[in-house]
Design a protein around this ligand. Structure first.
Ligand code: PMP
Ligand code: GLN
Length: 381
């Protein structure tokens, strides 16, 4: 087969989930909650299906949902967005990212990604015929190296992708970072793709700095989010893109022939959830902060050294006190020999930092799941 993606294999999330199944391991690898979605969401979706809302949704998304997204975004980030021309509902954030890249990036262009980067970015760029330019984040703080980023920008740069809160590290961009970003992009044609799928999962005194808060950035940004993360339903695959009308018009050209639309009853359920149950998304940070804190406290019984987690639902741990194995081998060993699955960081990099010994655990789990995992981890001498 004359492959278009010679460097792509099966995603690390699929590989590790299968390995966890094969070895009956506690799966803290692939990021998904193991607890149920809120009743109000199931009831709203069930009602929509029973009321016959089962045919194609409008291509850009159900009006009620686009309005709810626009109102929520304005309330949270202070940017007024037009639900008809600036909000597009997609089948997961993944589709929004693909649509955006395929619509706006030309063959021969360059797209800057910050490593470690979510694994779907590079294949989207490759399918657009463009080149991903990888700029490493600081290997311990996962902060942006502004000089390296500035150096990476050139005449071929069409797009820059950022992700805050960041998968896998949980690092977050601060308001000052958005200012620096705006300074770098000023007077360039570069589009910012801001992946904010963990926007509501932020801890301590942190505030999520959406690109939508920053008028100059928002004017050139496609902001992507996902209901999978916010409502514990990664299997529903509903997300959205917010972008100024000219950018939205382009990504819709791909969306309309990629999926055309996203399942109608789920959209109605999310519209109801956002407007009638705002306490859910507003309380998500506190909900996950309890999980983060409980998991970190328990990890003290192990030789894993947890790194700080400002946001998101992943805990990075340094395992160098346990093993000198490279991360992919270590993750396999941990699953097979100790029955706990995590995700190695190397697949998130073009070039992983030499000697990095980090594993990602997902703490979007019921307390009993995290306890069972830590009991096993604590046995490792
Ligand atoms: N971006 C990031 C950073 C993610 O972690 C995920 C989910 N794993 C996605 C995008 C894709 O989200 P969705 O499942 O809604 O397609
Ligand atoms: N976003 C999820 C993660 O980082 C995985 C999604 C997937 O399996 N493709 O774990």
């Amino acid at each position: 087969v004359n492959t278009r993606l010679p460097r792509v294999g099966t995603t690390i999330f699929t590989v590790m989930s299968q390995l966890a199944l094969d070895h009956d391991a506690v799966n803290l690898g692939q990021g998904f909650p193991d607890f149920e979605v809120p009743d109000f969401l199931v009831e709203a979706c069930d009602r929509a299906m029973r009321e016959g809302r089962n045919q194609y949704a409008p291509m850009t998304g159900m009006p009620a949902l686009r309005q709810a997204i626009a109102a929520k975004s304005e309330a949270m980030y202070g940017r007024r967005v037009n639900p008809d021309t600036e909000v597009t509902v997609t089948s997961g954030a993944s589709e929004a990212i693909f649509d955006t890249v395929l619509a706006l990036v030309h063959p021969g262009d360059e797209v800057i990604v910050l490593d470690p980067a979510y694994d779907s970015y590079e294949p989207a760029i490759a399918l657009a015929g463009a080149r991903a330019v990888h700029v490493p984040l600081d290997p311990t703080s996962f902060a942006v190296d502004w000089q390296r980023l500035a150096d990476a920008i050139g005449p071929k740069t069409r797009m820059l992708m950022v992700n805050t809160p960041h998968n896998p590290s949980g690092a977050m961009l601060a308001a000052a970072d958005l200012d620096r970003l705006a300074g770098l992009l000023r007077d360039t044609p570069i589009v910012l793709l801001s992946d904010e799928v963990y926007e509501h999962i932020v801890f301590d005194d942190n505030r999520h700095e959406s690109a939508l808060r920053h008028p100059e950035l928002a004017d050139r940004a496609v902001v992507v989010s996902s209901f999978g993360k916010t409502y514990h339903c990664t299997g529903w695959k509903v997300g959205y893109a917010i972008a100024p009308p000219p950018l939205s018009a382009e990504l819709r050209k791909v969306h309309q022939y990629n999926t055309f639309c996203t399942p109608a009853p789920t959209q109605l359920a999310f519209a109801e959830a956002i407007t009638q149950h705002p306490q859910h998304h507003l309380g998500l940070g506190a909900f996950y902060q309890d999980k983060r804190d409980a998991f970190r406290a328990q990890l003290a019984r192990t030789k894993f050294r947890p790194l700080p987690v400002p946001g998101g639902y992943f805990q990075l741990c340094d395992y160098s006190a346990i093993s000198d194995l490279p991360d992919a081998e270590f993750c396999r060993w941990l699953t097979v020999e100790h029955g706990v699955t995590g995700i190695p960081l190397s697949p998130f990099y073009e070039e992983p930092p030499a000697g990095q010994r980090l594993i990602r655990f997902c703490f979007a789990k019921a307390p009993a799941t995290l306890e069972r995992a830590v009991e096993r981890l604590a046995l490792i001498g």
